[in-house]
Structures are given as structure tokens and as C-alpha cells.
Design a protein around this ligand. Structure first.
Ligand code: SAH
Ligand code: SF4
Ligand code: F3S
Length: 484
């Protein structure tokens, strides 16, 4: 269960919608019957892109003879798939490495062996430095190298210190093995599908363009093929992923980049697949919210009424300093157009308090834009200066306590809005996708169109089905419903 827990807390930290979502639909661990089989434990930090990557690495390794384990203590190979977005996220990795070092030492005393790999955005950002700071690490692999994960692990197990941080993103997707039907089934009825990776936006606070490289879109044909495979394995809901998912562009002739298709067109194509019942996408940037995508929210019934559209701040001066390429008024205009296309859409966002130079007045503009939009959910963070980003070099850094006070005020407002949104659902009849068993006997957890967890009575055999329910009551993060 540790892995699920890690994903839950860390995803929320990374500011992606539904940290909880990352763990949905997990099936119980498959029994390991072969005593000599090597076991791999992957711990995932950060965003859903990392969840997707961890699944692909697990697929590659298990197809190469490994067996997954949910217990680090049982593992022969531990991979930490890391996040570099804020200082706290990166530092957490080193405390985990400390724990693993003790495990490794204990193992060595008994003549056993444990191989430790650091993958993901910390691996990309820090490279060799990781070996210097934590010599116990055997393998350092950046996000674009996972198609070679099995070979890299074999070298590390042979005693070599392995480091790979090249950018070869097109290779990654073309060469990573497809999951087997069994592997997809084990992950449940709601699945992630990465369609785009990397970022060219260079917001001045953000490490992603450096850790994930330039924006690259996967070809439509490759994406559709993967969606068909998912559906064949029983997946009902697909969430398209990308650091800038709505910057996706391509064509269906096999050439990913440069084509005229946009995300709205891709959603139309995916909606045509029978068996796909629900579509979502995340995370979007306001400047790539084109008319085709907005219209898709009006025209595609399978596209869920939920949009995660981070604004980060409400002051035009700060938005400019952040290099966000739009004003507060332009953001509000997009929200208005989206709501016109799909009146019941839930809007979610990300916010940063205390970006360098943020005055009280600038912060009030953030509170103002939050009041104007009325969010259904949101993630908010204190600004964390990241080495190598332009924001970290700015002189007028805001004191920690001011960032903290602003964050507390902002989160109070966002929390009120989320509770009000949930309360508004009471009495409504809605369709939910049943994803997993609930905490108590006889309970199931489903997902509402607006991404809320919905608790309902039911039988395990119903998992994977849609159910019409009436919402009876609401809490801060979930709804309670009755069958109709
Ligand atoms: N691609 C997405 C977000 C990626 S990172 C976008 O463009 O919006 C997820 C969130 O982490 C960001 O939206 C931002 O709110 C937050 N974040 C990124 N860098 C940060 C930093 N240095 N300090 C605090 N929060 C940060
Ligand atoms: Fe980071 Fe900005 Fe790119 Fe989002 S758009 S990943 S915040 S640089
Ligand atoms: Fe973190 Fe990398 Fe995702 S920095 S938020 S894991 S893209």
C-alpha cells in the first residue's frame, strides 16, 4: 500500500488535480509464487506523468522477469521516481534514500543485495550530483531514458554505476513495451495516457522545461492504438496527460509533431472509440486553450465537465514576471467562453503565493481572481526558488512568513469554494464510474463527472460499471450517494 500512499500525498503536492486520483482502481498485488523471482518496488513522487512513467517502467521490468511488490522491504530493486518541482519534493527523496541505505546495509550483512535507482525529475536535474551526495545510489536515469530501463538495471545489478540523462523522447514512446492486457486490467478501469511531454513555456519559477525538455507530441496513431489497447483491457475512462497537454498537435499519418490536428480533434477521434466512456485531459496552459478545444467541451458528451487551468496569480505585473503570456482579464475571458460551451463545467487551478516582488496589492489580485472564477478545486503552494530558474535569481524575494500567511488566506477561500461546489451537488442525480472498494464493507467508490469521489453501497462485482446515483450529502473532498 505504501506506493499508493506515496502517490496520493505527493501528487497533491505537485499541484495536479486529484492526487487521490492517481491511486484509483488499483487491484490487489499479484501473488508471487516463484521463490527466486526478483522483485521491484517503484515509489512515485510528483505528477501523473510520473505515475504513467512508473507504470511503463514496471511493465518493461515485469516483462523482463521482475515481479512487482508493494513492500520495499521485500524488493531486490527499488526505483524512486522523483519530482523536482519544489525544494520539499526534492529533499524528500534524500531522506528516503537514507532509509534505503540502512535496508541495503542490513541486506548486505545477510549476503543479500538491493539495487537502488533514482529516476524522474531529480535524476534529470541533479545527475552525477546524486552519486556524490548519496553513494548508495546505483542508477540515475532521467525521464527520457526509460525505454532502456531493463538494460540499465542489468548493468547496475552487475556493479556498475549507471547514469543516463539524455533527451530522446521520441525513442522513449516508440520503444517502451506496451503493457500486457493483464497489466492494464490490474490497474483498473480509469487509466492515464501520456500524449505530450516537455514544456517550451519557461515560466520563470518552474523546473519542468529543464527536467522534461522541449515540448514533444506523440503521433495520433500511436495514441489511438494505446487507447484501443486500454479499452480492450476494460478501461472505461482515459485521462490524457501532458505537462502542457493542450499544446498537443499532430497528425494521424504517423508524424507526431507539426501536424494540423489539435487536442480538440484528438478528443473527437478518441470519443469515436466504442468502449471509451469518459475522457479527461490535464494539465492545460491558458494560452493553448484554442476554440476547437473549447468547442469540444460543448460537442463531446464523453468529455467530462472538468477543466484544470492553472492561473498561478491574479496580478498582471506578477503574471508578466512569471512569463505566463496572458493577463488576468484574458484568463477570465477563457473561463467565460468555456462556461458558455459547457455551463456545468468544474474549474480547477494552481496558485503560487509570494513570487518575488509580490506586494500585498498583487496578492489581493489573486484573491480577486479566485472570487471571480469560483473554483471547484485547486492546488496552491508557497513559491519555492528553484536552482537554475530565473525566478531564483530575482532580488525581491518574499519572506517565508509572508508567503505562508498569504497561502493560508488563499487556501481558506479555495476551501470554502470547494465545499460550496460539493454542497451544490446534493440532491442531483448523476452518473458515476465505480472504480474501487470503499473503506467499509459493502461500500464502493465511484468518480463523479467533476472528479469528486462518490461513496455508494454496492458489490465488488460492480466495479468497472457506470451507476446512476442521487447525491445525499457532501464532505470537503467527497460525496455520499444513494442508488436510484
Ligand atoms: N504544466 C502545468 C503545471 C506544472 S507544475 C502548468 O503549466 O500549469 C504544477 C504546479 O506546481 C504549477 O502549476 C505551479 O502552481 C506549481 N509550481 C511549479 N513550480 C513551483 C515553484 N517553484 N514554487 C511553487 N510552486 C510551483
Ligand atoms: Fe512549468 Fe510553466 Fe511549463 Fe507549466 S507551462 S510546466 S508551469 S514552465
Ligand atoms: Fe514533478 Fe517532474 Fe512532474 S518536476 S511535477 S515530476 S514533471
Amino acid at each position: 500500500m505504501e506506493r499508493n500512499e506515496a502517490i496520493k500525498t505527493e501528487s497533491a503536492m505537485a499541484g495536479e488535480p486529484g492526487g487521490d486520483e492517481a491511486s484509483r482502481g488499483k487491484a490487489p498485488e499479484r501473488a508471487n509464487t516463484r521463490a527466486n523471482t526478483r522483485k521491484v518496488f517503484v515509489k512515485t513522487y510528483g505528477c501523473q506523468m510520473n505515475v504513467y512513467d512508473s507504470e511503463r517502467m514496471e511493465d518493461a521490468l515485469t516483462q523482463g522477469g521482475y515481479v512487482r511488490t508493494d513492500r520495499m522491504e521485500d524488493a531486490d530493486l527499488v526505483l524512486l521516481n522523483t519530482c523536482h518541482i519544489r525544494e520539499k519534493a526534492a529533499e524528500k527523496v534524500y531522506s528516503e534514500i537514507g532509509r534505503i541505505r540502512r535496508l541495503k546495509e542490513a541486506r548486505a550483512k545477510n549476503g543479500g543485495k538491493l539495487t537502488l535507482g533514482v529516476t524522474g525529475c531529480v535524476a534529470q536535474a541533479e545527475g552525477e550530483e546524486i552519486f556524490r551526495r548519496a553513494p548508495v545510489v546505483d542508477l540515475v536515469a532521467g525521464p527520457q531514458t526509460y525505454h532502456d530501463i531493463a538494460a540499465m538495471v542489468a548493468r547496475a545489478e552487475g556493479g556498475e554505476k549507471v547514469i543516463e540523462t539524455e533527451f530522446e523522447i521520441e525513442e522513449k514512446f516508440a520503444k517502451l513495451p506496451a503493457p500486457t492486457r493483464q497489466q492494464t486490467i490490474a490497474r483498473g478501469v480509469a487509466g492515464f495516457l501520456t500524449v505530450q511531454e516537455g514544456c517550451d513555456k519557461f515560466c520563470t519559477f518552474c523546473v519542468v522545461p529543464y527536467t522534461r525538455g522541449a515540448e514533444v507530441s506523440r503521433p495520433a496513431s500511436q495514441i489511438i492504438e494505446e487507447a484501443l489497447r486500454m479499452v480492450d483491457a476494460g478501461v472505461k475512462e482515459i485521462t490524457l496527460l501532458g505537462q502542457n497537454v493542450n499544446a498537443w498537435h499532430g497528425s494521424d499519418d504517423g508524424n507526431g509533431n507539426g501536424g494540423a490536428m489539435r487536442l480538440g480533434d484528438l478528443l473527437h477521434r478518441l470519443a469515436e472509440i466504442s468502449g471509451v466512456e469518459r475522457l479527461r485531459y490535464t494539465t492545460s496552459h491558458p494560452i493553448d486553450m484554442d476554440d476547437g478545444l473549447i468547442d469540444a467541451h460543448r460537442d463531446i458528451g464523453k468529455l467530462m465537465p472538468y477543466l484544470h487551468l492553472p492561473v498561478q496569480a491574479g496580478s498582471d505585473r506578477i503574471l508578466k514576471a512569471m512569463n505566463r503570456h496572458h493577463t488576468a482579464a484574458e484568463y477570465l475571458d477563457i473561463i467565460e467562453r468555456v462556461r458558455k460551451a459547457r455551463p456545468d463545467i468544474a474549474i480547477s487551478g494552481d496558485f503560487i503565493t509570494g513570487f518575488p516582488g509580490e506586494s500585498d496589492e498583487d496578492f489581493e489580485a489573486t484573491m480577486e481572481i479566485v472570487r471571480a472564477v469560483n473554483y471547484a478545486s485547486a492546488f496552491s503552494f508557497k513559491y519555492s526558488p528553484r536552482p537554475g530558474t530565473p525566478g531564483a535569481e530575482l532580488e525581491d524575494q518574499v519572506p517565508e512568513e509572508v508567503k505562508g500567511e498569504r497561502l493560508a488566506r488563499l487556501q481558506e477561500l479555495l476551501g470554502e469554494q470547494q465545499q460550496a461546489f460539493n454542497r451544490d451537488c446534493i440532491g442531483r442525480t448523476i452518473d458515476i464510474l465505480l472504480e474501487k472498494k470503499g473503506r467499509h464493507e459493502g461500500q464502493l467508490i465511484g468518480r463523479s463527472p467533476w472528479l469528486q469521489s462518490v461513496v455508494v453501497e454496492g458489490d465488488l462485482s460492480e466495479i468497472g460499471h457506470m451507476l446512476t446515483v442521487k447525491v445525499a450529502s457532501s464532505g470537503p473532498v467527497s460525496l455520499l450517494a444513494e442508488r436510484v
